[in-house]
Design a protein around this ligand. Structure first.
Ligand code: AGP
Length: 612
């Protein structure tokens, strides 16, 4: 949920940290701070607000340090404020620390420290952990890394911490459990960050730190240990991420860039897996467990937000193609109730970040009851990836915009390939249908390209409805989850209240909302529900509702009824959601822009919700 960056080496630390924090603001932007150690001592600069505000407050200051730590925060314990901003200083003033995660037993630790006379300047769990470490360090007269190890053995919760010790200016100490941490390896310099984006312009050699590991970094030395003080050989990997993949690439916002990346990202998702010429789909994560997947008594999709909507589309796809019962669960509900999990159950954990706390804990609990976990994830090496028995990456590249777009269509693409492989193995679909759908998937990048050409048309429609206060999104069958996703996009980007419903559900109450002020968006591409949804549109028109219809090109019937129509290329109804969501993403984006909102960093949100 928070972004951390640290540096030790021959460069000036502050510029490296500052630029890195800006690249991590998608993880949270309630407050920002840096701690720098130079011959004047340990100096901490931090304040509520975005990184740029901290930067402004430091203009003109000489910041010559070669070692430092930085943090951009999404508040969990303690409201966004200067005093709750990281880095925190220990009681002695000798230590500074940044933290990403939640210390669940911090209240107990705080009680013990208060009884020893400690006072706290903030409401954060981080400051408690920092003083807990210092208390051990000073009383045991042990090396700081030993104090960290002892302290972390008592900690319950998730953390990445990085410590700066004013008495040891050549060393950074970091540790991780449940939150992401990457080490960048340079020449006589080392970098630490929550992901690779702050590191990549300096080095492509990285080490992903695992849970319960401790890193001791010096300019020319990297030591990795477990909490049992045993040395671990670092596994150095080469990054294949390009910096350009991170920058906005000429678009006004990351969200628009990522919407327009979708032909490529869907192609990347298919590449090396789906071969239309051979009529094959190769997915090692499926093949290695095909028996188990084929014989599943039940598949439970577990996810949050947009990823949950992908799971909802997958419910229709898997039940239709594989004839396996599917349930779709909000991870936050699933993890707290006592779900009945059977040995033959497959849990599909769907997550862009791979760090969503509710999803991570939900699958850990299901695993304890014998479930097989299949992860559909976008971040390689993420916590949920490591907690899964198998899975498939969506290969959508870094998704910086808080609103998930390209990750969603990549999730659908992966899930459809998995369903096709299982159905083909089970024989629940004919070879002809298998080849038909495989070719339909193959054509998706091109059809999404065509859908994106509607950009200007959608921009006009957005201008027409940008001032509305409520919107309904309606769909049936495979397009019902797309209606939910369209509503979520509008809510989180434009702050306009929007609801998605099954179109047929309107007559059970919600149709009372309809009058001439209410825009109703129908996701109504040609499918087996078509004549039904025409009736639903007529019901809305009869009550003077404004109808915006997403249709298959050439649909005269609906076009004659709707106030505004967006025509998409024809596609099989099973595949259609990957394409029909595109205009809804653009519509939400342009309405948000018309309203002058920060569409990449909407209020109250963060890209990865790594707290409960
Ligand atoms: C979607 O636009 C939101 N950003 C949010 O609902 C997101 O999908 C949800 O938090 C799940 O995130 P994940 O896919 O990284 O697990």
């Amino acid at each position: 949920m928070c972004g951390i960056v640290a540096y030790i080496g021959h460069r000036e630390a502050y510029p490296v940290i500052l630029k890195g924090l800006k690249r991590l603001e998608y993880r949270g932007y309630d407050s920002a701070g840096v701690a720098l150690l130079d011959e004047t001592g340990l100096n901490v600069y931090k304040k509520k607000g975005k990184v740029a505000e901290m930067e402004d407050s430091l203009i003109g200051k000489a910041l010559p340090a070669k070692i430092g730590i930085g943090h951009t925060r999404w508040a969990t314990h303690g409201e966004p404020s200067d005093r709750n901003a990281h880095p925190h200083l220990s009681a002695s003033g000798k230590l500074a620390m940044i933290h990403n995660g939640i210390i669940e037993n911090y209240a107990q630790l705080k009680k013990e420290l208060v009884s020893k006379g400690y006072h706290f300047n903030s409401d954060t769990d981080t400051e408690v952990l920092l003083n807990f470490i210092e208390d051990i360090w000073l009383n045991n007269h042990c090396p700081l890394e030993e104090a960290v190890r002892i302290a972390l053995k008592r900690v319950v919760g998730a953390y990445v911490i990085v410590l700066l010790n004013s008495e040891d200016p050549d060393t950074l100490i970091a540790a991780r459990k449940g939150s992401p941490l990457v080490i960048g390896i340079g020449k006589n310099e080392h970098f630490l960050a929550s992901d690779a984006s702050p590191i990549i312009e300096y080095t492509k050699e990285v080490v992903y730190v695992n849970d319960y590991e401790l890193a001791i970094l010096r300019p020319d030395e990297l030591i990795l240990k477990n909490l049992g003080n045993e040395k671990i050989t670092p596994y150095i990997q080469k990054l294949d991420l390009e910096l350009s993949a991170i920058e906005k690439g000429g678009y006004d916002h990351f969200m628009l860039k990522e919407i327009f990346e979708q032909p490529q990202t869907i192609y990347d998702c298919l590449r090396g897996r789906l071969d239309a010429d051979k009529g094959t789909i190769v997915m090692r994560g499926v093949e290695n467990h095909l028996e188990q997947l084929m014989n599943a008594n039940r598949i439970i999709m577990v996810a949050c937000g947009t990823s949950w909507h992908a799971g909802l589309v997958a419910e229709y796809v898997f039940e239709e193609l594989c004839r396996i019962p599917v349930e779709v669960e909000y991870a936050s509900e699933f993890r707290y109730r006592n779900p009945v999990i059977h040995k033959g159950d497959i849990i599909m954990a769907i997550s862009q970040s791979g760090e969503t706390a509710d999803t991570l804990v939900a699958i850990e609990k299901a695993k304890e009851q014998g479930a097989f976990i299949f992860g559909v994830l976008n971040v390689v090496g993420s916590s949920i990836a490591r907690a899964s028995h198998s899975g498939a990456y969506t290969h959508a590249g870094p998704e910086i915009g808080v609103a998930s777009t390209k990750a969603f269509t990549a999730q659908l693409t992966v899930l459809m390939m998995v369903a096709l492989k299982i159905a083909a193995a089970k024989g629940t679909i004919s070879q002809e249908k298998y080849i038909h759908l495989l070719n339909e998937l193959h054509e998706v990048p091109e059809k999404v390209e065509i859908a994106l050409e509607l950009n200007d048309r959608i921009k006009e429609i957005a201008a027409k409805y940008a001032d509305t206060h409520d919107v309904l999104y309606l769909g049936r069958g495979y397009n019902f989850p797309v209606a939910l996703e369209g509503a979520l996009k509008l809510k989180e980007i434009s702050y306009i209240h929007a609801e998605g419903y099954p179109a047929a559900e309107m007559k059970h109450g919600p149709i009372a909302l309809v009058d001439e002020t209410l825009p109703v968006i129908f996701v109504a591409t040609k499918d087996s529900y078509h004549e039904k949804i025409v009736s639903n549109i007529q019901e809305i028109k009869a009550r003077k509702g404004k109808v915006i219809a997403i249709v298959t090109e050439g649909d005269e019937m609906i076009s004659s009824l709707a106030d505004d129509t967006i025509e998409l290329p024809a596609a099989d109804e099973i595949i259609a959601p990957i394409i029909s969501v595109i205009p809804l993403q653009l519509l939400a984006y342009y309405i948000g822009v018309y309203k002058g909102l920060d569409v990449d960093k909407p209020r109250n949100l963060a890209k990865s919700v790594t707290v409960e």
